[in-house]
Write a protein that binds this ligand. Sequence first.
Ligand code: LCS
Length: 402
Amino acid sequence: MNTKDKGFATKLVHAGDQPDAFGSAVTPIYQTSTFSFKSAAHGADLFAGKAAGYIYTRVANPTLKALEDKLAELENGFGAVVLASGMAAVTTAYIALLKQGDHMISSSAVYGPSRAVMESIFADFGVESTFVDTSRIENIVEAIQPQTKMLYLETPANPTMELTDLAAACQVAKANNIITVVDNTFSSPYLQKPLDLGADVVLHSLTKFINGHADVVGGALVAKEEELYKRLHKTMVLMGGNMDPHQAYMVSRGVKTLSLRVDKAQESAGKIALWLEKHPQISWVNYPGLASFPQRELALRQMRGFGTMMSFGVKGGLEAGITLMNNVTLALLAVSLGGVETLIQHPASMTHAGISPAARQEAGITDDMVRFSVGIEDVDDIIADLDQALAKVAEFNKLAVN
Ligand code: LCS
């Protein structure tokens, strides 16, 4: 079905799907590692790119292609590749777009392993990196070196929710021949479209909002232009980080309800953030929809909604935060995000434990920070759960003071 001129929800359901010979409503799982050729000449033509078709699943597979085409359409890109995990997408982007002697500038508040892999592995291969607060465009300008080849942004950032002005940052990069890669995991294409704002490549952990059901790990890269798409696809094929057909089928199934899930969870997130902000045991709340959020105006400009993620500080610091996490009964104490179930976690000891305390401090990841991913349960139940757990925090704080 041609969905190019259709609305976002229609694309979610139909874009990319390829019915089989029986008219299947969805693309089936082509659970095969290899594809047989009609003749030796046909095989040679496929290898030479003279015939269209499939050779081997690491290179391409119809179930993967259906998901890739859908994601490319959702992000307004030329083409996409899907990979075994979000981190496979991160490392494939780094390998495809950087070489020895190159330099990368990145937001300091990024998903911990996206920074750790650059500083602990790519540094060994001679790729330099500088991590700056990209919410201030002048920090990007100052960090540019003659050998800077990539600007890597994550907005909203994990877990501080800090925003980077995508249009302004991409403009600076373009003027300096720098490729911009944006990790759009926290927003999903429903809330933000970085390629429309000037980015060259969009990255996703599909594990999060796009699959949305906490049952698959996966990643994707979407390129704005053909030349970049080819570089990413070639690297993916050679490095072998491809997704499995069953995994792709699950993600294609999950993504169909993306807008419904985000609408519901986002409405709840707005109510929860306001409720938390007024709670006596909470010292601060980072949520782009709050009037107190310093970059609310930027969120309104570049995002379609404020999202379902927030972080907040619990009075009494780390120990009080631990008391909260040990006492919630509905929210799952778990990392990951963007699923139908509400999750709570502590970045300093969990998702961002792998980066140095100094880097955490620089990125604004304080020890009292709790990250909250709002699910699609009844909002009254989520608030009641927080309320009873925060009552335990109040008891703890009273004991801690006495
Ligand atoms: N980018 C962002 C923004 C992420 O949050 C994650 C995972 C990744 C990339 C990597 O994706 P993965 O390989 O896990 O599919 N974020 C996680 C988190 O915040 N908690 O657990 C995983």
